[in-house]
Design a protein around this ligand. Structure first.
Ligand code: NAI
Ligand code: MG
Length: 506
């Protein structure tokens, strides 16, 4: 950093950096970094991926293919198969066979050994998985390397531990697996969402048919290779690719016992309707519009970092993002000033660069949706503030954005944008903060920042959301349950609660 401080000062002036020099920091150049791209030359991707059914990669029955691109370059990185309902039928049959003949017959201890092995193999392949995740989905390598992949391994380790302890998980009851689980996951945390779905399902003795999102299928297909290398019995995990119709074929298949879905509230509602009246169990993890509440007595600099993390982390492609900031009036001006200054330092660009804070927006569709909301916000009369740095020429990139003067009924305050866009409103009293926080169709996650423990307890009990973080944000741990109120979904994933949807208790 010292070197770049010397070379890159904005007005061309070389700044002194020796220990004897004036220690006043030059903030213009303080945040400039030399490029530090992670090499992806060694990454081995196939040109075309088949479906992973019954332990083998097999061509789809109609041979229909789709492309997945790198959203930072807009270039195709691989082709994958669009599974038809016939393919889904094969995958479900394979999962059913494996369930009846092998997996449900193993002891919990034996199942646990396989799941531990998968966890260790994710760790062994961590670097490549992180690079592929960033290439396929656009998220900064720092996040895929330090958050997504280690957490994915951690969820496998955690649930491996439950496999032989189900009798302790549900004392006095007998936990039986539900059977074949259909699992449909989104593009914001592809490998991590796979782990949230597959690890508890296998631990409880179920087999799975999982579909990754159509913009990010590659780490799931790599995971299929890991299942092969781990010697996992054939058919226990089946990975099928495709878009909405492939997902719907899983939901509608008569021999699936449970559906686990993470994605948009819109599709969640469609799934809930098509499951109505069926015997299938289901869990839905849907959208959010998380309120992040900053009280006057909050540690302000810590809160600024927390706010930045809560909304700009992973381009704001986070269902639990703190996308609605509620600030107590007395500190609003000071906090907004600090927030704008910090936003200005954020680096938007190459997801594979280790210095990048905000990578590429996952897809053209999502990029257009975010830009549409920026326009809506301005039309609604809110004041827009953005980071002033140029965006890369190619690829789908958005500037981190703050809207002040946003009103409670504005669409940018009510609707999920799923991008690096924060709305700011103020409040006077704790009750007003609670009212505003709860005035939303969603209820997934929220944050409270204050110096007073009593205030944390009082306010968090009145906020209707599955998670309330206090003086932090976006912290995940396999032992904690996660899930929503209202239109944010039903059921919990993670922790002991996350096992519950995968068992029938006798
Ligand atoms: P989506 O809900 O369409 O996609 C999620 C998954 O569902 C993908 O695997 C997709 O192929 C599958 N799918 C789509 N239609 C289906 C159907 N009828 N039956 C079964 N599966 C189906 O989400 P999309 O369109 O990619 O994103 C739209 C918005 O949804 C985003 O802008 C964001 O607001 C929200 N979203 C929320 C997520 C969350 O983590 N809660 C994740 C992704 C998106
Ligand atoms: Mg992609």
């Amino acid at each position: 950093m010292t070197q770049s401080t010397k070379e890159k000062s904005k007005n061309g002036e070389v700044k002194p950096t020796s220990p004897n020099s004036d220690l006043k920091l030059d903030f213009d150049s303080f945040w400039e970094y030399s490029e530090a791209p992670e090499s992806s030359d060694h990454i081995q991707l196939k040109e075309k991926y088949d479906l992973f059914i019954n332990g083998e990669f097999v061509a789809g029955n109609k041979g229909r293919m789709m492309n997945t691109i790198n959203p930072a370059t807009e270039k195709t990185i691989a082709e994958f198969t669009e599974a038809t309902s016939e393919d889904i039928d094969l995958a479900v049959k394979s999962a059913r066979r494996a369930y009846e003949k092998t997996w449900s017959k193993l002891t919990g201890k034996e199942r646990g050994k396989y799941i531990y092995r998968l966890a260790r193999m994710i760790q062994e392949h961590a670097k490549d998985l992180a690079i592929i995740e960033s290439m396929d989905g656009g998220k900064p390598i720092r996040e895929s390397r330090d958050v997504d992949v280690p957490l994915a391994a951690a969820y496998f380790f955690y649930y491996a531990g439950w496999a032989d302890k189900l009798d302790y998980a549900f004392p006095g009851r007998k936990a039986e697996p539900v059977g074949v689980c259909g699992q449909i996951i989104p593009w914001n945390f592809p490998l991590l969402m796979l782990s949230w779905k597959i690890a508890p399902a296998l631990a409880a003795g179920n087999t799975v048919v999982l579909k990754p999102a159509e913009t990010t299928p590659l780490t799931a297909l790599k995971f299929a290779e890991i299942c092969q290398d781990a010697g996992l019995p054939d058919g226990v995990v089946n990975i099928v690719t495709g878009a909405g119709p492939t997902g719907a074929a899983i939901v509608d298949h008569p021999d699936v016992d449970k559906i686990a879905f993470t994605g948009s509230t819109e599709v969640g509602k469609i799934i809930q309707k098509s499951l109505a009246g069926s015997k299938k169990k289901f869990t839905l993890e849907l959208g959010g519009k998380g309120p992040n509440i900053i009280f006057e007595d909050a540690p302000i600099d810590q809160a600024v970092e927390g706010i930045i993390n809560s909304i700009f982390f992973n381009q704001g492609h986070v269902c639990c993002a703190g996308s609605r900031l509620l600030v107590q009036e007395g500190i609003a001006d000071k906090l907004i000033k600090k927030l704008k200054e910090r936003m200005e330092t954020l680096i938007v660009g190459d997801p594979l660069d280790k210095n990048t804070d905000i990578g590429a927006i996952n897809s053209k569709k999502q990029y257009e949706k975010i830009n549409e909301y920026l326009k809506i916000g301005v039309d609604e009369g809110a004041t827009i503030h953005q980071n002033s740095k140029e965006l890369p020429e190619n690829g789908y990139f958005c500037k981190p954005t703050i809207f002040t003067d946003a009103g409670q009924s504005n669409r940018i305050v009510q609707e999920e944008i799923f991008g690096p866009v924060l709305t700011i409103q103020t409040f006077r009293t704790p009750d007003e903060a609670i009212d505003k926080a709860n005035n939303t169709p969603f209820g997934l996650a929220s944050g409270i920042w204050t110096d007073k423990g009593s205030k944390i307890f009082k306010v968090s009990q009145k906020i209707r959301s599955g998670v309330v973080w206090a003086n932090t944000y976006n912290k995940f741990d396999p032992t904690s349950p996660f899930g929503g109120y209202k239109e944010s979904g039903m059921g919990r994933e993670g922790g002991l609660h996350g096992l519950y949807p995968y068992v029938n208790l006798k």
